[in-house]
Design a protein around this ligand. Structure first.
Ligand SMILES: [Zn+2]
Length: 444
């Protein structure tokens, strides 16, 4: 920005403030503005005299968040304007010709606003909360400090439902929220044992986390992959097997997917405040077209995981499903949703509670995730820098569609002959689902 335009911006700002003072309107909607900052997030709270409808949008260069309070007047002198706090450098107020009051937050750097009303509770009256989350957050690195070894791949594991939302319930009373947390913990333990990988849980207990918050938690960890784990339910008790879904950009692609998506998305309403209708900004960010690349990556991971689940047990559908699950709508993190089995099927309900079967499911998920990252290591990660040779112990490779023996040999940096010898193969014919032992200790 030129010096001239900086000056002009300052003049404009001064005029806005003068205008607000000149009108001298009392604040008929806002009592007070408060700002608090903690660990990278800044929260702005408007204490209201009554519920006020509003819109929030952002402006860039310089970064601003604008909050328009509909049919409201605001007065700086009566409410007191807070000083710089967190990323908010300045708060400006104005009453607009259309009858709205405008609150402009000048920011030190771009942030994503998330606004929601809070009803009165005891000591506090109606409030409008605007959370400002930095678009740029520090990456969490667990890799050896100092060394140029690359960071760990971060896998966000999301146990579906929780707290007041039990998810689906089996005939014997098994709750989806309990078994998926058990499975997810097993997946985490396995991933944390993988060289160059670490796992993060969006919930690690029996409590409710809104769907968008699950995405946000994964984003704050800079996750390379988001895996949501669920158990399916259907009115027909005989329905069985695992399914893996990725986001369908146009929502549900078939009737069953749509039904399922509605059921899983309904969880966001169970948790209390739904941000859906109030958060057009966030929604548009999430639905950005940059999802296309993430969906391609998601489909590759999903394919790998589904193939391995098919080895552990049955698959409900042989292809990766596409549905409009809200929890998969990260614009830039590949995301998959695993329906481990049908909790509504008595035999599978029993299996879902079984520790050995849970381990098998967890193993299938981790094998699929590992295979994907061996092929597609994110830049800057230990795996990208050092390659799969950093692994310890023997590795199994399960054949997926499109694999050839020579591809597998080069991927794991072993000779074709060694691969054939290890697996007693007389020729290069392989079949989907076949398990190959990759000779250990190679490539290093
Ligand atoms: Zn579920």
């Amino acid at each position: 920005m030129s010096t001239w335009s900086v000056k002009m911006a300052a003049v404009t700002a001064a005029l806005v403030l003068v205008a607000a003072a000149a009108i001298g309107a009392s604040s008929d909607g806002v009592n007070k503005i408060r700002i608090a900052a903690a660990s990278g997030a800044t929260r702005v709270v408007l204490d209201l005299k009554r519920p006020v409808s509003h819109t929030v949008f952002t402006l860039s260069n310089p970064a601003r968040v604008v909050v328009d309070l509909h049919a409201t007047t605001i007065d700086a002198t009566s409410i007191g304007v807070p000083g710089p706090t967190g990323i908010v450098q300045r708060v400006r107020l104005a009453n607009r010709d259309n009858g709205d009051a405008r609150v402009v937050l000048d920011l030190a750097e771009p942030a994503r606003p998330r606004s929601f009303p809070v009803p009165p509770d005891g000591s506090s009256g109606h409030r409008l909360v605007i959370d400002l989350e930095l678009l740029r957050t520090e990456r969490v690195v667990k890799a050896t400090p100092g060394a140029e070894r690359g960071r760990n791949i971060v896998v966000a594991l999301d146990a579906g439902h929780g707290g007041k939302d039990p998810g689906a319930i089996g005939r014997r009373g098994t709750r989806e929220k309990d078994v998926v947390l058990q499975i997810v913990r097993r997946v985490k333990a396995r991933i944390d044992r993988e060289p160059g990988m670490e796992a993060y849980l969006t919930r690690d207990g029996d409590y409710f986390v809104p769907l968008r918050e699950r995405i946000e938690r994964a984003r704050r960890q800079r996750a390379d992959l988001f895996v949501s784990v669920h158990a399916d339910a259907f009115k027909n008790q005989r329905a069985r097997g695992s399914s893996v879904y990725v986001l369908s950009p146009r929502g549900a692609s078939d009737e069953a997917s749509r039904w399922l998506a509605e059921r899983e998305n309904a969880a966001d309403l169970v948790g209390g405040v739904s941000l859906d209708d109030k958060d057009a900004m966030l929604a548009s960010v999430l639905l950005d077209l940059s999802q296309t690349a993430a969906i391609d990556a998601s489909t590759s991971v999903a394919d790998q995981v589904l193939t391995r689940l098919g080895v552990v047990g049955r698959v409900h559908r042989t292809n990766v499903g596409r549905a409009g699950f809200l929890v998969l709508k990260s614009p830039d993190i590949p995301s998959i949703l695993v329906e481990t089995a049908f909790i509504s099927n008595p035999a599978e309900e029993k299996q879902l509670k079984n520790a050995k079967h849970q381990e098998a499911l967890a193993g299938a998920i981790v094998d699929g995730v590992r295979a994907y990252f061996y092929d597609n290591p994110p830049p800057g990660t230990l795996l990208a820098i050092e390659g799969p040779a950093t692994r310890t112990g023997p590795v199994e490779h399960i054949i997926v569609r499109g694999d050839t023996l020579s591809d597998i040999a080069s991927r794991y940096n072993v000779s074709l002959a060694a691969l054939r010898r290890q697996n007693g193969l007389k020729n290069d014919r392989i079949r989907i689902g076949q398990v190959l032992q990759i000779p250990a200790g190679v490539g290093s």
